[in-house]
Design a protein around this ligand. Structure first.
Ligand SMILES: O=C(O)C[C@H](O)C(=O)O
Ligand code: SF4
Length: 516
């Protein structure tokens, strides 16, 4: 088993940096379905570019490298204690090498362990099987999409869909509602795993396990197969689209599993996974620990290189066609008031990152830097320090902004912030503050961590390192950071519009489909 550690390390790097072939095919199919030139089509091209860049840079596809969850199948007699020890070592090393973000946080103190190890992290499950080899599977599911998981207890009443009973049609309604409620916040277009039955804990586990199925497999259970097909056909009628920008493709995959339940309980558990669907596996020789095979098609088998290179050549002419507004920080109120939903903005100057810990802090403390006219970026990057002690941005896509809704409006007004950049949009309180103060919300493409990292030319400074790397306030010299205005200073919100129209489309699916 001398190779076991190295094989697990290679699996972690592959999973974080090289999106599997079956997932890539689903992204390609979505690209073919979207109409050229729409916001969703352009975002999908950026996503495809990002996938290619991550593979070339051997760097995280998305900065949120998730809760590492290992499922190991091994023959009787394999030493699970040694395997677990080596898995933890490989996780710590991959974190040190910037392949994983420091993602393990003490829930009470907020302290980051710095190596992804700690109570409950990573998650490691062992199961014995009759085969001679060992299979190690890994999923890196990020926090934003995890927050969009949902569990229903039937019977229930659902927004737009009415009563959902304890039958296949009730289950259908729950799944459609799960896709609707995710909107763009979990970085659509997504994949869902559904667990029918079990209890609250095993139901969610069953749902997450469905995500290990191949994207293009066919459910052997006839009723579940029909259900999966229905969901795939109808989820896309909701019009949520890539990142919630509106569009033809909202869902890339749906896998449903079933387990027995207690007479009193009927749970439908849904695990939502973003487009950055990072899961891979290796089959190992049980004697040496050497990799014999990969469990899923590797990313390299479905190359995005050609499209990337063609896009680079087209980019210059494209820039002339789309109306791009260049803003340099500090930004004036007049510049902000001239923007409207749909405009593409390019930011130059300095950007400050800030997420949960910083927003809470700023409510009753001063900022260490002047934020008048500033652009604040909801982002928790992957960073590395070189030999000279200089920091570099390794991956830096946006995080889900709605978490800052309780604070954002007050902070905009208190510090004079002009641009808030994130993903998934914000709510009514922030929209009102943007209008009152003269601010704008810019939606960047979630998960496009390599695409945005290259816009950060230098790390000018950092505050609050005590919050840990993802939560610290990084001051970044920025060039050419492009994002779309989705909430403007005139009271318009693309997010509110898409939510409203998708609820209407959801309600059109109210009539029973699967008769009891
Ligand atoms: O934590 C992050 O960087 C992003 C998170 O996965 C999110 O989707 O909000
Ligand atoms: S930022 Fe988006 S792509 Fe990245 S883990 Fe979160 S939901 Fe997934």
């Amino acid at each position: 088993m001398q190779q076991f550690y190295q094989s697990v390390y290679d699996l972690i790097v592959e999973t974080s940096t090289n999106l599997p072939g079956d997932v890539r095919r689903a992204v390609q199919a979505a690209q073919e379905r979207e109409d050229d030139g729409t916001r969703s089509a352009l975002s999908l091209s950026r996503i495809a570019d990002n996938i290619h860049m991550a593979e070339c840079n051997v760097s995280p596809i998305c900065q949120d490298t998730g809760m590492p969850t290992f499922i190991i199948h091994c023959p009787v007699g394999a030493n699970q204690i040694i395997m677990k020890k080596q898995i933890l070592e490989a996780v710590a090393q991959a974190t040190k090498d910037s392949k994983l973000r420091t993602n393990s946080v003490d829930s009470l103190t907020g302290a980051n362990t710095g190596d992804n190890l700690g109570p409950g992290t990573p998650v490691v499950h062992f199961e014995q099987w009759e085969r001679d080899d060992i299979e190690v599977k890994l999923i890196l599911k990020g926090g934003g999409c995890e927050n969009k998981n949902i569990q229903y207890s039937l019977p229930t009443e659902l927004e737009g869909l009415g009563k959902a009973g304890r039958d296949l049609d009730g289950i259908r309604k729950c799944i459609m509602h799960a896709v609707y409620q995710a909107q763009g916040q979990g970085c659509s277009a997504g994949f869902i795993g559904v667990g029918i039955g079990g209890d609250r804990t095993s139901g969610y586990e069953l749902a997450k396990h469905q995500l290990f199925r191949h994207v293009d497999d066919v459910n052997p259970h006839p009723e579940l197969r029909q259900l999966e097909e229905y969901v795939m056909d109808h989820a896309n009628t909701l019009g949520i689209g890539t990142m919630g920008f509106g569009g033809q493709v909202t869902l890339l995959g749906c896998k449903v599993g079933v387990a027995n339940r207690l007479p009193a309980s009927f749970f439908v558990s849904v695990a939502y996974n973003c487009w950055a669907f990072r899961r891979q596996g290796v089959v190992l020789d049980a004697a040496t620990g050497e990799v014999k095979d990969w469990s899923y098609p590797r990313g390299t088998e479905v190359s995005f290189k050609e499209a990337y290179e063609a896009g680079q050549t087209a980019a210059a002419s494209e820039e002339e066609e789309t109306r791009e507004i260049v803003l340099t920080t500090p930004i004036s109120e007049e510049q902000i008031r001239s923007l409207k939903v749909g405009d593409v903005v390019v930011i130059n100057g300095t950007m400050h990152t800030g997420r949960d810990a910083l927003h809470k802090y700023l409510m009753d403390h001063d900022s260490p830097v002047d934020l008048n006219g500033a652009a604040i970026y909801h982002c928790g990057p992957v960073m590395s320090k070189d030999r000279d002690g200089e920091w570099h941005v390794r991956a830096a896509g946006p995080t889900t902004s709605i978490r800052e809704e309780p604070y954002q409006g007050d902070i905009i007004k208190k510090f004079g912030i002009r641009a808030v950049i994130g993903k998934g949009g914000m709510g009514a309180k922030t929209l009102a503050a943007l209008k009152e103060h003269g601010g704008v919300y810019l939606n960047a493409i979630g998960g496009a961590a390599q695409y945005y990292a290259r816009c950060f030319k230098k790390v000018e400074g950092v505050d609050f390192m005590e919050f840990g790397i993802p939560e610290a306030m990084w001051h970044l010299k920025t060039e050419g950071f492009a994002a779309i205005v989705t909430m403007d200073s005139h009271g318009n919100s693309l997010h509110a519009d898409v939510e409203k129209s998708s609820l209407e489309k959801l309600a059109a699916l109210k009539e029973p489909v699967f008769k009891a």
